[in-house]
Write a protein that binds this ligand. Sequence first.
Ligand SMILES: Cc1cc2nc3c(=O)[nH]c(=O)nc-3n(C[C@H](O)[C@H](O)[C@H](O)COP(=O)(O)OP(=O)(O)OC[C@H]3O[C@@H](n4cnc5c(N)ncnc54)[C@H](O)[C@@H]3O)c2cc1C
Length: 386
Amino acid sequence: MNIYDLLITIDNNHPIRNKIKNFLECNTPPDISPEKDLDQFVTDGSNWQKKLFDQKVIGNFVPTEYGGCNISFYDEAVALETLALEGSPQIPGIFGLTMLCPILLRNGSNNQKAIIPKLVSGEIIACQLFSEPSAGSDLSSLQTKLTKTIDGYILNGQKIWTSFAKYAQLGFGIARLDDAQPRKKSEGICYFLIDMKNQPDKAVMVKPIRQISGEAEFCEVFFDNAFVSNENIIGDPNQGWKIAIETLLIERALLTFSRHTQTINLVKKIANIITEDFRKEFEHLISEFNLLRLVAYQNLEKLKQAPQNPDVWPGAESSADKLLWSENFKKFARFYRRLALKKDAATLRDAEKVYFYSLGRTIAAGTSEIQKLTIAQRLLGLPRSY
Ligand SMILES: Cc1cc2nc3c(=O)[nH]c(=O)nc-3n(C[C@H](O)[C@H](O)[C@H](O)COP(=O)(O)OP(=O)(O)OC[C@H]3O[C@@H](n4cnc5c(N)ncnc54)[C@H](O)[C@@H]3O)c2cc1C
């Protein structure tokens, strides 16, 4: 089975595609995935990520002074896609690469930008400290507090569902400024970076949450007088909400596109074991995936000018990318599980893991209901229903 016979790709003569094929001919990717073994995924995946960055395969949208080539998000997306098509696994530092680096390039100080090479190479794993027990979809209800002191800020509160927190050296998140007097919930929210490891004893407690898949990809994170230096505040301390929204938009656009890797890997697995009675359904799912890829490509077109042009950033259309991809991935995973019921025990075990993992994808980065609301209100201009 040739994956290129099944999936539509555009810009097939893009120079990065050939570069990656040549690179992979000389470098064998590790056989890793977060569903299979999380620790191994992070350890082996970080080494692999470093190699990809050193060879200028990924991270090229960052300016040359940070080790990149100043190319666009669009080109970066083509690189990530080609890696997946050619059999390279996901990388563990994907949040740093597709979320935090773009945010730092757009909003960070020179000191903050200096960490970009370590984020892109996977040397620093970053985690996203947004969700709280009572602030998920309604994120601006967050309660975690930053209190100003002479030399920085003290952070208190709890975050939850923080992916890769147990591996992360750095967190990027939002909290409410203690002394703010907001007129709206979204005011007085501060965007910060936090050193997750070098903190007073018990100031940052990370408790992994075991998921139904067996893995503990995400965690609860408790802050008890943790320290955030002045240098680690991104942008105006009162204007963090705007940067949080920018983060969600780039997450739903660039990170989601990189998540196509997961479907591509799944399509390959299924194609290897497909039987005639399942073929039609498989083809139907592939058509759906191809259609959503066309939508994603169309949205990526706009990102040919970013991050270089500061006026260009993903918009509400990224909700369509996120919604369509995660719902389709879940369908593929459910299909794989049904197919695997007729196969050996190892295949079934793998399919169960992928299936359970897929359920979380329609929740992470904003649930499907929230994406639909955004599409209805922001893209279609429909009135609010409440
Ligand atoms: C695998 C995974 C990884 C994650 N990683 C991270 C991470 O790294 N960092 C981070 O900060 N967060 C992370 N999250 C958290 C994720 O962003 C939240 O779970 C998500 O935003 C939903 O919030 P909630 O869990 O509080 O659910 P709630 O907001 O309480 O929603 C519960 C249900 O109500 C529905 N609902 C809520 N409001 C509305 C509405 N207005 N209209 C219609 N329906 C509504 C939701 O769709 C959902 O079905 C992760 C989640 C998952 C599953």
